[in-house]
Design a protein around this ligand. Structure first.
Ligand code: NOJ
Length: 551
C-alpha cells in the first residue's frame, strides 16, 4: 500500500514538474523559416508566393525538415514586409488566396509535416479598417477601442515611451500609440497599471482590451480550423503597456495559451519574445534566443563587440553567451523549448563576406543543429547564402533586405527563383557568379547542403542529440576555443567539439568516464580523441567541428 502511495505521489510530482503540455510532434520538430516574398515565384511577377512554396516542398523535406514557419502572408500594406496587416482573415493576393493556403497546408500534412503562420498580435497596419474606424470621433463604434488614442502627450514620458507616440490629429484624438513603425498602431490590450490621470490607459479587463483579446482568439481559430498548425507570435512581449516586469503580459498569455491548448491540443504557439524564461512561463511552446543579441558573434554590421566568436581570428569570447544560454536553458528545462535559430529575416546571415568558407559555415551549423530545443533553419542558410550588404531598402526592410534576398536554386535565369525580368525581382539576388545554389550543392557530397542533411539525419536518429536530450557544457567557458558540450539521454552520450578559430587547438577533459570515443560526424577526420586515465586529450584542426559518441 505504502509503495503504491509513493508511486502515486511520484507520478503527481513528475507530472507537475513537466507541467506544460506540448503536442508530440514538436519533440522531433525541425523548422524551416520561409520569407514568402523571397522563396519561389510561381506566377512570374518577381515576388514569391504560396504556389511557389508548394512546388518546393520535396526539397524542404529532403533537408530533414518537418515543420515550416512562414513570415506573414496576410493582406498587408507592405510597409514593413507584411508585419503591417490590413486584413488578418485574408491571404494577400500577392501570395495567392485562402484556398491556396489550405492547399499548401494539405500538401504539407500529406508529407507528415506541419505549417505555422506568423501572427502579428500587437499591432495592425494604419490602413486596417479597424484603425480607420477607431479614428472617428464617435467612440461607440465596434472598433473604437481597438487602439490607444490620447488627446495630448504628457511631458513626463521616458524617452522610450515618448518614441511610441505618433501625432495623427485624427477626429478621435491627437495621438495614437504605435508598436514599431509609425504605420503600425498598437492594438489595445490595456495597461498593467493604468494611471488614473491618463484616461486613455484602459485596464486590461476594460471592454476594449477584452474585445481585442477575443479578436485574437478569432484569428487563431479561423486559421487553425483551416488546418494550420499554429503561429509564431510577433512581438509577443509587447501586448500590455506599462508592464515593466511583464507580469500582466505573461498572465495574458497564460490565459490565451491555456485556452489554445484545450481547443487545439495539436497546435503550437511560438513566441517572438527573446526571453524564454518569461514566454514559457506564459505557456508558449517555444521561444527564440536572439541570433545576435544573446550570441553576439552573429551580430555583424550591428552594434557588435569587435571580436566575434565564430571567426578565424579566434579572439572571441564565450562567457556572456554561455551564461545567458545556460540560464535560459535551465530555467525552461522540462517546461518548454528554446531555439537559437540559424538566422531570421531581421538578422544578418551566418555567411557574410568574411565568414564564408564552407568549413566555417559547417562549424557554425554543427553548433546550431546540436543544441537542445527546437532547431530553426532560415531559408538559404543550409546552402550558405550570404548577407548582401547595400541591398536596397524594400518595403520597410532597411538593412534587413541583405538577409531577405531571393533563394538561389540553380544556375538558370534569376537562380531559378522567378521567370520575371531580373529588374522586377523583389530584392536583387547575390550578384556573385559563384553564388551558392541548391543544384550545385546537391551534386557535391562535401557541400554545406549535404552536411546539413547528414547532421539532421544524425539528430533525428538519437534522442540524446534531439530536442529533449540533455545539454551540459564541458569545456571552461573562460577558455573559449574549443567549445565542448555533451548531449545525453539515459546512457547515450555525445560530445560536440567546436573550433571556429584558424588555429589547431587542444583541450583536456576530465571526469567524462570514457571507455570508447567514436567519431560519428564532423568536418574533419583529423580530430584526435585520446582516452587517458581520468583525463582525455582532444586535438582539433583549425576551423573544425566533431561529434563523438562516448561509451
Ligand atoms: C518583429 C519582426 O520579426 C519584424 O520583422 C517586424 O518588423 C517587427 N516585429 C514589427 O512587427
Amino acid at each position: 500500500m505504502k509503495k503504491i502511495l509513493f508511486l502515486l505521489i511520484g507520478i503527481l510530482i513528475s507530472s507537475s514538474i513537466i507541467g506544460q503540455t506540448h503536442p508530440d510532434w514538436i519533440k522531433k520538430s525541425v523548422f524551416y523559416q520561409i520569407y514568402p516574398s523571397s522563396f519561389q515565384d510561381n506566377d512570374a511577377n518577381g515576388i514569391g508566393d504560396l504556389k511557389g512554396i508548394e512546388s518546393r516542398l520535396d526539397y524542404i523535406q529532403s533537408l530533414g525538415i518537418n515543420a515550416v514557419w512562414l513570415n506573414p502572408v496576410f493582406k498587408s500594406a507592405f510597409q514593413d514586409g507584411g508585419y503591417d496587416v490590413i486584413d488578418f482573415y485574408q491571404v494577400d493576393p500577392r501570395f495567392g488566396t485562402n484556398t491556396d493556403l489550405v492547399e499548401l497546408v494539405n500538401q504539407i500534412h500529406k508529407r507528415g509535416m506541419h505549417l505555422v503562420l506568423d501572427l502579428v498580435a500587437g499591432h495592425s497596419s494604419n490602413q486596417n479598417e479597424w484603425f480607420k474606424q477607431s479614428m472617428q470621433a464617435d467612440t461607440n463604434l465596434r472598433y473604437s477601442n481597438y487602439y490607444i488614442w490620447a488627446p495630448y502627450k504628457p511631458n513626463d514620458l521616458s524617452e522610450q515611451e515618448a518614441s511610441r507616440w505618433v501625432e495623427a490629429n485624427a477626429p478621435r484624438g491627437k495621438y495614437y500609440i504605435k508598436n514599431f513603425y509609425d504605420i503600425q498602431p498598437a492594438l489595445n490590450f490595456g495597461y498593467a497599471k493604468p494611471n488614473p490621470k491618463h484616461p486613455w490607459e484602459q485596464p486590461v479587463d476594460a471592454p476594449g482590451p477584452q474585445a481585442v483579446k477575443n479578436e485574437l482568439k478569432n484569428i487563431i481559430t479561423f486559421w487553425l480550423e483551416k488546418g494550420v498548425d499554429g503561429f509564431r507570435v510577433d512581438l509577443a512581449a509587447s501586448l500590455i503597456k506599462n508592464d515593466p516586469d511583464k507580469s500582466a503580459t505573461i498572465a495574458l498569455w497564460k490565459e490565451l495559451n491555456g485556452w489554445f491548448d484545450k481547443k487545439f491540443p495539436n497546435g503550437v504557439l511560438i513566441a517572438e519574445w527573446f526571453n524564454p524564461k518569461q514566454s514559457i512561463e506564459g505557456g508558449f511552446d517555444i521561444d527564440f534566443l536572439q541570433p545576435g543579441h544573446l550570441f553576439s558573434p552573429f551580430q555583424r554590421g550591428q552594434k557588435v563587440p569587435a571580436k566575434v566568436y565564430f571567426d578565424k581570428a579566434g579572439e572571441g569570447e564565450l562567457i556572456k553567451w554561455y551564461n545567458d544560454y545556460k540560464d535560459q536553458y535551465e530555467s525552461t528545462l522540462n517546461k518548454g523549448y528554446i531555439s537559437l535559430p540559424t538566422g531570421n529575416h531581421d538578422s544578418p546571415r551566418i555567411a557574410d563576406s568574411s565568414r564564408n568558407d564552407v568549413n566555417q559555415l559547417k562549424v557554425a551549423m554543427t553548433f546550431l543543429l546540436t543544441l537542445p530545443g527546437v532547431p530553426f533553419i532560415y531559408y538559404g542558410d543550409e546552402i550558405g547564402m550570404k548577407y548582401i550588404p547595400g541591398s536596397p531598402d524594400v518595403e520597410g526592410s532597411r538593412t534587413r533586405s541583405g538577409t531577405r534576398t531571393p533563394m538561389q536554386w540553380d544556375d538558370s535565369k534569376n537562380a531559378g527563383f522567378t521567370l520575371a525580368e531580373t529588374k522586377k525581382i523583389y530584392i536583387p539576388q547575390d550578384p556573385d557568379p559563384n553564388r551558392p545554389t541548391v543544384a550545385k550543392e546537391d551534386k557535391d557530397p562535401n557541400s554545406q547542403l549535404n552536411y546539413v542533411r547528414k547532421l539532421l539525419t544524425l539528430r533525428a536518429s538519437s534522442t540524446a542529440l534531439g530536442n529533449d536530450g540533455e545539454w551540459k557544457f564541458i569545456s571552461d567557458p573562460a577558455k573559449p576555443y574549443p567549445m565542448i558540450y555533451m548531449r545525453s539521454k539515459g546512457s547515450e552520450r555525445y560530445l560536440i567539439l567546436i573550433n571556429p578559430s584558424g588555429s589547431k587547438v587542444k583541450a583536456e577533459l576530465s571526469s567524462i568516464n570514457t571507455k570508447k570515443a567514436i567519431y560519428v560526424f564532423g568536418t574533419s577526420e583529423k580530430c584526435v580523441y585520446k582516452i587517458g586515465k581520468g583525463t582525455d586529450m582532444i586535438t582539433l584542426p583549425a576551423v573544425s567541428a566533431a561529434i563523438y559518441k562516448i561509451e
